[in-house]
Design a protein around this ligand. Structure first.
Ligand code: ATP
Ligand code: MG
Length: 597
């Protein structure tokens, strides 16, 4: 391909719309253009990268026994109503684009395909003899993300490889899951990416295993915790650790009852600790939240944590899910407006204790009249603690759980943090890194097959729902993550396996016949050797061409310049910008042997 015919439009300046380096470089290098919020055109250079990634993904999926298929992107709402996800995915902060057709029927644009594929499997796979089956597709997905950003990292239209496996029993699901884990490791390694597998949240489905693959990078949206002995890594959404010990309360209480302490204007942990000389780990803090449930109802929550701990929203949502009938959409703090709307009296926010009376909810117009009470084990483990007195400007010091009729049931609701000791090995500590989630594999179990009544006949002639796994790779996100991991100040350094071209021949001065002739000859011989090669034949200054070649990140560059008359060329490796001046035949030989070792 000739650069003059490539529609290459590169930008010198950093586009204002792009915050992170990989997004800036893809825009500047003419790989992508923004069409709308979270909507991008993949220009020819990008499309080549995406196709190379896709073919690696396809090879590895086929090798793992996958069958490629292509499912519709328009999903009739009935399927999603049957699984119980229509409401949650379309109402409120739901991420499914949805529409009505000319007959007034509701449709959604596929954000994921469990409903479609499980229904098909239920219709087609009747007997255990047909199992296992592992189907995959590579396709555009649609998600109306709340915060589309960072270019291809979080688009509203993006390319995903999604796979779904169907099994007669759990052991068979586990075997395929392990095989997909290996396939994923090969995909990322072949794409030239360093991706760390981490334990991931299994969400409302509970119990089943789930693992994410994280490309470690500063720009990552996920926080991951990795033990320094290398044996444990988890997304913070899921990570567990030993909390630091609480600072013991040393002053012996005068009486059995907690004493009331006046704490005017000390509604925060920091303020009350500063003025009372308490340590945050000696306090029990109580948060009031609202859980939004899938059926559209709300459940007020009263969540108790040790004062020095942070609430983990994912662990909280899971703990609520285990206690209510419907799925949980999200949890958020209760506001004064919520209380006003419900007709509930103002609460002493900042001074609430774990024994806040349910009676306060008696007048609530639509909420249930009881708090769902949850507590983190760091709080329930405390022998003595201080807490709010459920009255403005007052705390209680030296409380015991027996003062409140016993400690509440304990959950793990807190964030694990860097520096904390590991559960598996107390002498190992956790370290924090940021990560970009490029893949996710999941043992779904029977949640969808049960909901959608997708059954097969087992060996004993009885009908039972399939065991299912699902496996995603964010193909377009992966491409950008590769740039985030492989670039320098001059531009992108594509890993050879996914680069848009393998080599670029740059004719420094197109006016010079000797240079042009040698350049054309080398271009032709590389093409003959099946090298995917670019020829920069533009009438631009040499400096411009070199800058562009660096920016678009082709792994090898052959420069035909002043020494063309002596048959000498420069062979430049993009990754370390090392330069060798060589006779042209030797340069070609070296290039070929490094491309096809
Ligand atoms: P995230 O937590 O980043 O929103 P997710 O967990 O919702 O992602 P999955 O449903 O597991 O995503 O989708 C499989 C893969 O698709 C993810 O691992 C990720 O690489 C990719 N992906 C998900 N959402 C987007 C998006 N909005 N833009 C680009 N890629 C995405
Ligand atoms: Mg995921």
């Amino acid at each position: 391909m000739r650069v003059s015919r490539l529609m290459l439009v590169t930008l010198r300046d950093v586009p204002a719309e792009a915050e992170i380096t990989s997004h800036q470089l893809l825009l500047r290098g003419g790989f992508i253009r923004r069409v709308g919020s979270g909507i991008y055109a993949y220009l020819p250079l990008m499309w080549k990268v995406l196709q190379r990634i896709t073919s690696i993904v396809r090879e590895e999926m086929n090798r793992a026994g996958g069958l490629e298929t292509l499912l519709p992107q328009l999903h009739p709402s009935e399927l999603w109503k049957r699984s119980g996800r229509w409401q949650g995915y379309t109402a409120g902060e739901g991420i499914m684009f949805h529409l009505e057709d000319r007959q007034g029927r509701e449709l959604g644009l596929g954000p994921t395909h469990e409903e479609v594929i499980t229904t098909l499997a239920g219709e087609m796979l009747r007997s255990y003899r047909q199992l296992p089956v592992n189907l995959y597709q590579i396709q555009t997905k649609f998600r109306d993300e709340i915060r589309p950003r960072f270019g291809l990292m979080r688009g509203r239209e993006f390319i995903m490889k999604d796979a779904y496996s169907f099994h007669a029993d759990e052991a068979d699901l586990q075997a395929t899951y392990a095989e997909m884990d290996q396939a994923y490791r090969r995909v990322f390694q072949r794409c030239g990416l360093e991706a760390v597998p981490v334990d991931a949240d299994s969400g409302a489905i509970g119990g089943a295993a789930s693992q994410e693959f994280m490309v470690t990078a500063e720009a990552g949206e996920d926080l991951i915790l990795i033990s320094d002995d290398g044996h444990y890594a988890a997304n913070q959404e899921k990570a567990v650790s030993r909390a630091s010990d609480a600072v013991a309360i040393d002053a012996a209480p005068q009486s059995d009852a907690p004493s009331i302490v006046a704490t005017p204007g000390q509604a925060s942990i920091n303020a009350v600790c500063a003025s009372q000389g308490w340590h945050p780990s000696q306090l029990v803090k109580v948060l009031l939240l609202i859980a939004r449930l899938e059926d559209g109802s709300d459940q007020p929550l009263l969540v108790t944590l040790r004062g020095d701990q942070e609430l983990n929203p994912v662990k909280l949502a899971n703990a609520v899910s285990r206690r209510v009938e419907q799925g949980v959409l999200d949890c958020r703090p209760i506001t004064a407006e919520d209380l006003g709307r419900q007709g509930v009296d103002a609460l002493p926010l900042g001074y609430i204790g774990p024994d806040l009376d349910d009676g306060l909810l008696a007048r609530a117009s639509s909420w249930p009249q009881r708090f769902l009470r949850l507590a983190d084990s760091t709080a329930t483990d405390l022998d003595w603690f201080h807490c709010g007195a459920n009255a403005m400007d007052q705390h209680r010091s030296h409380c015991r759980w027996s003062d409140f009729g016993g400690a509440p049931e304990a959950d793990d609701l807190r964030n694990a943090r860097a520096g904390e000791r590991c559960l598996h090995n107390p002498s190992a500590t956790l370290q924090e890194k940021r990560g970009i989630e490029v893949g996710h594999i999941f043992q779904l179990g029977r949640k969808y097959s049960q909901a959608l009544d997708a059954c097969f006949t087992n060996e004993n002639g009885r009908d039972e729902p399939f065991w299912m796994g699902c496996y995603g790779i964010g193909v377009s996100r992966l491409a950008q993550a590769a740039v985030e991991q492989h670039h320098d100040e001059a531009g992108i350094c594509w890993p050879a396996a996914i680069a848009p071209f393998e080599a670029i021949v740059v004719i420094a001065n197109i006016q010079d016949d000797t240079q042009t002739q040698l350049g054309e000859a080398l271009y032709a011989s590389l093409q003959q050797a099946n090298v995917d090669v670019l020829l920069d034949d533009r009438k631009e200054r040499a400096g411009v061409k070199f800058k562009d070649a660096d920016l678009i990140g082709i792994p090898w560059r052959i420069v035909i310049g002043r020494d063309a008359a002596e048959g000498l060329v420069e062979l430049v490796r993009r990754s370390d910008r090392s330069v060798e001046k060589l006779p042209h035949a030797i340069a070609i030989e070296k290039l070929l042997s490094s491309l096809r070792p």
